[in-house]
Design a protein. Structure first.
Length: 510
């Protein structure tokens, strides 16, 4: 997909050209271009791993670029840290507000730039100046109040006021709405429009498509570290946007017929049932049933609630509504330990952060879940461990076949196989797989897909999450489509990638 001519005549205040950043073994950014224009809200779009965070860190001096250029007002810059970027007029407000909750609103806004009198901070002058800056944004917040006494939405607005205090010409908002309700989002958007109309260039990063289309004037789409294109928001419909983000070229469908087909597992026992399960504000209450011998796919963009739902079903997060049953009996899965005791396994999408323990051996990683279920006061016998490790290293073709190697030395695909084997050793009745094939080679991906199909054929229930729609469509018996934390459709295995894309975009009816 190529970008249409932008038609933009205003000179950009910031222009990144051919920016490249290499990390060991991966090209995080590959000749990426980004233009930020005064008086415009520019959305940066892409799935996990697309390069959005890396691009922001390059722009703000956190990462040094390996190639390309960054110009501000036509002058090339080489930022060596965030302070230099801020001095050039580039400020960032992150999803997690990086202010001091124990200080007052005024102290946070003017931190490091406090007005002084006779060598001491002039608190009256500081409160007056903070009130002026808040007033410019039409915010009625007591500057003398403690920041931590305010909700997160107001804290973010204070962070924006701090950015205006340093005369920021470019404001980067990184997932600012992820924890806000509808009224708080509306207030944030009001402030953003006010700043835009005053000439500030705003870079807006969000996974909520409705919000992107409501607030942005233009967008740049990244995929796998490369720029797909730059588009006026009004000229790129949602289906085309998702196609650009996910790499699928699809046609807009005028209508989607009901594709819910009778499944061969329709009469099978429900291994896990969830009624009105939800967690405000991330997951709106929904019903989910997973049968024995069935693969249920979750399709949706980043932020649609896929992982959040999986964590609720595994007890990693507490639901704010709903009930769960396991094999038809009520089950209180208040922790992962309780879920494991009920025969539920969960392979996280964060393979390195929540999965493998890199400095332990393959052997130790493989038996970790089984040993945890038994309790560490009852260690596995060496003979039993040897037999399990040999069996599952061979069954999943984990290479090299040396159980004493540190698992961090394996390829991504083999690390993923170690994680799958760790849970299979516990003989679960339900396996929740969150992005099990992300970042691995084609051969390992095919092996894992074949394994999932085999597990279902043997009677295991599987919840399968993947950003690759063709993979979800290929492997699932049923597919639940999520958008913005809500279930918007349930379709059968004959649903095409084009149909799924349209449903995710919100332009079709289930």
């Amino acid at each position: 997909m190529t970008a249409p001519p932008s038609g933009q005549t205003t000179a950009p205040v910031v222009h990144l050209r051919d920016v490249t950043i290499d990390f060991p073994g991966v090209k995080a950014l590959d000749n990426v271009e980004l233009r930020l224009v005064p008086g415009e809200i520019h959305a940066l779009m892409g799935e996990n791993g697309a390069g959005k965070s890396t691009l922001i860190k390059a722009l703000t001096g956190v990462y040094d670029i390996d190639a390309g250029s960054i110009t501000v007002d036509g002058v090339e810059q080489r930022f060596t840290g965030p302070r230099q970027a801020q001095e050039a007029g580039i400020s960032t407000v992150y999803q997690e507000v990086n202010l001091c909750p124990n200080l007052t609103v005024a102290e946070n806004i003017l931190l490091g730039r406090e007005p002084r009198r006779f060598g001491r901070i002039d608190f009256r002058a500081m409160n007056r100046r903070a009130a002026e800056l808040l007033g410019e944004l039409d915010l009625t917040i007591d500057p003398a109040s403690t920041l931590g006494s305010h909700p997160i939405a107001l804290q973010q607005l204070v962070a924006i006021a701090r950015a205006t205090a340093v005369s920021a010409r470019v404001l980067i908002l990184d997932e600012p709405t992820s924890s806000l309700d509808a009224d708080e989002v509306a207030e944030l958007f009001r402030v953003m429009r006010r700043l835009r109309d005053a000439g500030t260039a705003i870079l807006f990063v969000s996974h909520f498509l409705d919000q992107v289309y409501a607030i942005s004037d233009r967008m740049t789409v990244l995929r796998n570290g490369r720029r797909v294109g730059e588009y006026p928001t009004a000229e790129l419909d949602r289906v085309a946007l998702i196609a650009a983000m996910l790499g699928h070229e699809v046609e807009v469908l005028d209508e989607i017929a009901d594709t819910v087909a009778a499944s061969s597992t329709a009469q099978a026992q429900i291994v896990l049932g969830a009624h009105d399960i939800g967690r405000a504000p991330a997951v709106t209450p929904m019903d989910v049933d997973i049968h024995r011998g069935e693969v249920v796919g979750l399709a949706g963009l980043l932020g649609s609630g896929r992982t959040e739902l999986a964590r609720l079903l595994f007890g990693a997060d507490r639901p704010t509504s709903g009930q769960l049953t396991v094999d038809g009996e009520p089950a209180a899965l208040r922790s992962p330990r309780a879920a494991i005791a009920h025969g539920i396994a969960f392979s996280s999408e964060d393979r390195k952060g929540e999965g493998i323990i890199g400095d332990l051996t393959i052997r130790d990683n493989l038996v970790l879940a089984l040993q945890a279920r038994r309790g560490f006061a009852r260690p596995l016998a060496r003979r039993v461990t040897d037999e399990l490790v040999d069996r599952y290293m061979e069954a999943l073709d984990i290479r090299p076949r040396d159980p004493w190697l540190p698992v961090k030395n394996l390829s991504g695909g083999n690390q993923q196989k170690v994680l799958l084997a760790r849970w299979l050793i516990t003989e679960p009745r339900l396996f929740i797989l969150d992005e099990p094939t992300r970042g691995i080679d084609v051969g390992a991906k095919a092996q894992i897909q074949k394994l999932v199909a085999g597990l279902a054929a043997d009677g295991m229930g599987v919840l399968f999450i993947s950003a690759e729609l063709d993979e979800v469509a290929r492997i699932s018996d049923r597919i639940l489509v999520l958008r913005d934390g809500r279930q918007v459709a349930e379709v059968g295995s004959d649903c095409s990638v084009a149909d799924l894309t349209t449903l995710i975009a919100g332009e079709g009816a289930a």
